[in-house]
Design a protein around this ligand. Structure first.
Ligand code: PLP
Ligand code: COI
Length: 357
């Protein structure tokens, strides 16, 4: 790709790094963004790195009415040797394309996605925090921009990438969070878009999440839409349980986001000495297991959330506290191993690390 560049003077803004671990999630953005357009005549064209700023789109643009949109969530880390590292970005590029295909949007060659991310990260190198626990969050996004109110796929699109230096996603940091189980709302149904990373899934989850936070929980633990019986995932992460000494997570079936952290945990855990299982998990099994002690740990896994221990679950008006609300040993071990690999401190035996060059 021949990426055009319109750069701002370096001295214009200083990265806000007094205490990178206090950076709020997704509130500060770097000096530049990447944009690329899609038109029926030219396909993907006009790749550009330009100053971060408002987009100009028509008020009648498809995305503003019918939500033809997909996005990804990745992070860039600084290694002790000063390199910029990404974690399995090829997987994100692949998932971006699966989401695009589900939403009737034109795919982008994986190589072009990686090339765009690397080019932008090289320009914004000084925004990658050096402190472990902080990182530069990468948000590739594609929107339908055709000015047309008929319900059909847009003929024009914009792909953009923005970057945001971030600290921990939850205000609790690595301390256990509380989850509220909704047995009325649903996130995704069979045949729907649950597996795609598309904005509508998140818009549809806001009301339940608001209820959860009003009740004092951090996020919603979603159940299946059909029976409200089986655990699916959390608002911004996949979910894991240690049941009878085994690491168990809901099997994927089209409604759950195929998390890259989830996949990595399933690959790492057996090497660390715990057997894994993907299967249906009834919420009754979880709450009974917490009460009896068979469920010894619960944690979420995601890019923004990394590994987030769960201290309590609220279900049908009752709170179930897991192991006194403490962080469990498997959450700790997986957090340390995963972040050790991501920040380039541990050997990358799986070939998951991508050095930005
Ligand atoms: N589930 C949902 C709904 C998410 O938003 C995320 C975050 O991206 C995840 C799971 C975890 O996915 P990943 O590990 O690829 O970040
Ligand atoms: C991520 O973990 O990257 C996410 O996208 C979760 C959330 C912020 C939407």
């Amino acid at each position: 790709m021949d990426i055009a560049r319109e750069l701002v003077p370096q001295e214009r803004r200083k990265p806000l790094f007094d205490d990178p671990l206090k950076l709020p999630f997704g509130r500060n953005f770097t000096d530049h963004m990447f944009t690329m357009e899609f038109t029926p005549g030219s396909g993907w064209c006009r790749p550009r790195i330009r100053p971060y700023g408002p987009l100009q789109i028509e008020p009648s643009a498809n995305v503003l009415h019918y939500s033809q949109e997909v996005f990804e969530g990745q992070k860039a880390y600084k290694s002790p040797r000063g390199e910029i590292l990404m974690f399995r970005p090829q997987e994100n590029a692949r998932r971006l394309n699966r989401s695009l295909s589900r939403m009737c949007m034109p795919e982008i060659p994986e190589d072009s996605v990686l090339e765009a991310e690397c080019a932008l990260l090289k320009v914004e190198e000084r925004w990658v925090p050096a402190q472990k626990g902080a990182s530069l969050y990468v948000r590739p996004t594609v929107i339908g921009t055709e000015a047309a109110l008929g319900i059909k796929p847009s003929s024009e699109y914009l792909f953009f990438i923005i970057l945001s230096p971030v600290g921990p996603y939850f205000k609790e940091g690595f301390n256990p969070v509380g989850l509220w189980v909704s047995d009325t709302y649903s996130r995704a149904g069979s045949g729907g878009t649950g597996e795609a990373k598309t904005g509508g899934n998140y818009a549809g989850s806001l009301l339940a999440t608001l209820e959860a936070t009003q009740k004092g929980y951090s996020q919603v633990l979603w159940l299946d839409a059909g029976e409200h019986r089986y655990v699916e995932e959390v608002g911004a992460m996949n979910i894991f349980f240690v049941i009878d000494g085994k690491l168990v997570t809901p099997a994927l079936g089209g409604t759950i986001l195929k998390g890259i952290t989830r996949k990595s945990v399933l690959e790492l855990a057996p090497e660390l000495g715990i057997q894994c299982e993907e299967r249906r998990i009834a919420i009754d099994e979880v709450v009974e297991g917490i009460a009896s002690g068979r469920v010894s740990e619960i944690f979420g896994a995601g890019t923004a959330a990394v590994i987030s221990p769960v201290g309590k679950i609220g279900y049908r008006g009752k709170d179930y506290t897991i192991d006194g609300g403490r962080t469990g040993p498997w959450a700790r071990k997986l957090f340390d191993t995963l972040t050790g690999i991501q920040y380039g401190e541990l050997e990358d035996r799986h070939g998951w690390i991508y050095v930005v060059k």
